[in-house]
Ligand binder design. Structure first.
Ligand SMILES: [Zn+2]
Length: 297
């Protein structure tokens, strides 16, 4: 089962969060029918979302990651919660997906996401505290851009790596990620010493060997002692439902709803986050139209 672990280095100076997200990414790929480079891109973003949603220990904490890069696979949305639920999808996708490329031992997707564009991160810490930050995309590799977002927008020295490894059929083999942060007063030299290691090929090798979150933590701290705290399980889960589908179609307005009901017996509303379809009947649409008219009078 996928899980996320929080930990802190023995000297209390580096906070680490590590996650195995293989099943989460696999399910997202099944639901949205993604393979190859698409699986890598959305998988990295889902993993980054999970790592970002753990700033507090609050289950209600929520992070929304919205990317709009100028590449063919640059538009995506990820929504992750402190309780380990995560969901995500691409905006639009091209019919033919270009291949990712391999540079210095890492699969690069920056040319597909785009090296220009922006990423908006919305944090909802519960208790009606919301914080939004924006960063310009620089690499399009997802994890490096989130890392930059944390440094620039949240002003926390940070290191992040998220990876998705594919099998021989371009399907998800393993996925996982690590986030390390230190405190502004401690400074970034501590992280600089770990950067080369985390951004090198060793991380993917460890993932391929079926490492657990604790193994990832040990790896990034280069064998340094750390204290591991309680973990949580991660799952692809969407909170959509029939009510939500009704509220989506209600934005059409009463006139269009009535016209739609006249034209077809059933209307399917698809949740873009998880791909699940909701079949609404003629009566559902007419009831909704009537309700809208009542509310407006
Ligand atoms: Zn859904």
């Amino acid at each position: 089962m996928d899980s996320l672990q929080r930990g802190i280095s023995a000297n209390q100076e580096i906070r680490v969060v590590s996650a195995i997200t293989t099943e989460v990414v696999r399910e997202a790929c099944q639901r949205h029918q993604l393979r190859g480079a698409e699986a890598i891109i959305l998988g990295r973003a889902l993993t980054a979302g999970c790592l970002l949603a753990t700033l507090t220990k609050n289950d209600d904490e929520r992070v929304r990651l919205q990317l709009s890069g100028d590449g063919p696979l640059g538009r995506m949305l990820v929504d992750a919660r402190g309780n380990g639920d995560v969901r995500g999808c691409f905006g639009d996708r091209p019919q033919v997906v270009p291949d990712a490329i391999e540079v210095d031992g890492r699969t690069r997707v920056g040319h597909l996401v785009g090296q220009s564009g922006r990423m908006v991160v919305t944090r909802d810490l519960g208790l009606e505290q919301t914080y939004q930050g924006v960063v310009e995309l620089a690499t399009g590799e997802i994890d490096r851009d989130v890392e930059r977002y944390l440094e620039e927008s949240e002003q926390l020295p940070s290191l992040m790596a998220c990876e998705v490894l594919l099998d021989g059929n371009e399907a998800v083999f393993r996925a996982g990620g690590i986030l390390c942060q230190t405190f502004p007063e401690i400074g970034r030299h501590q992280l600089d010493a770990l950067r080369e290691n985390l951004h090198g090929p060793g991380f993917a090798s460890l993932l391929a060997r079926d490492g657990e979150p604790d193994d990832l933590m040990g790896f990034v701290l280069r064998g340094g002692a750390f204290k591991s705290m309680t973990g949580i399980s991660l799952q692809f889960r969407c909170n959509c439902g029939r009510e939500r589908a009704l509220s989506v179609v209600s934005t059409l307005g009463a006139d269009d709803l009535e016209q739609l009901a006249e034209e077809q017996e059933h209307t399917e509303v698809k949740c873009s986050y998880c791909g699940r379809g909701y079949l609404l009947g003629r009566d559902d649409l007419l009831d909704l139209a009537a309700r809208l008219r009542r509310e407006h009078n």
